[in-house]
Write a protein of this length. Structure first.
Length: 65
């Protein structure tokens, strides 16, 4: 069975790496990363999205509880 987008994103974030919307689109074929991050946060995952000047895309990282 194929993993869901949320499962693939969570697996990637659990590595401790940042995940950007650009990477999610290019590597995982996920176009609405922000929506999936919203869903994961609603499930209780602590995911940060720092605001960085000069970037036209978002980056996300999972923070351990």
């Amino acid at each position: 069975m194929d993993r869901t987008q949320k499962q693939r994103i969570l697996e990637r974030l659990k590595t401790g790496e940042w995940l950007s919307t650009v990477e999610a689109t290019r590597e995982m074929f996920i176009l609405r990363l922000g929506a999936r991050i919203y869903d994961l946060r609603a499930e209780g995952h602590n995911i940060i999205e720092p605001k960085v000047d000069g970037k036209s895309y978002s980056e996300y990282r999972l923070i351990a509880p």
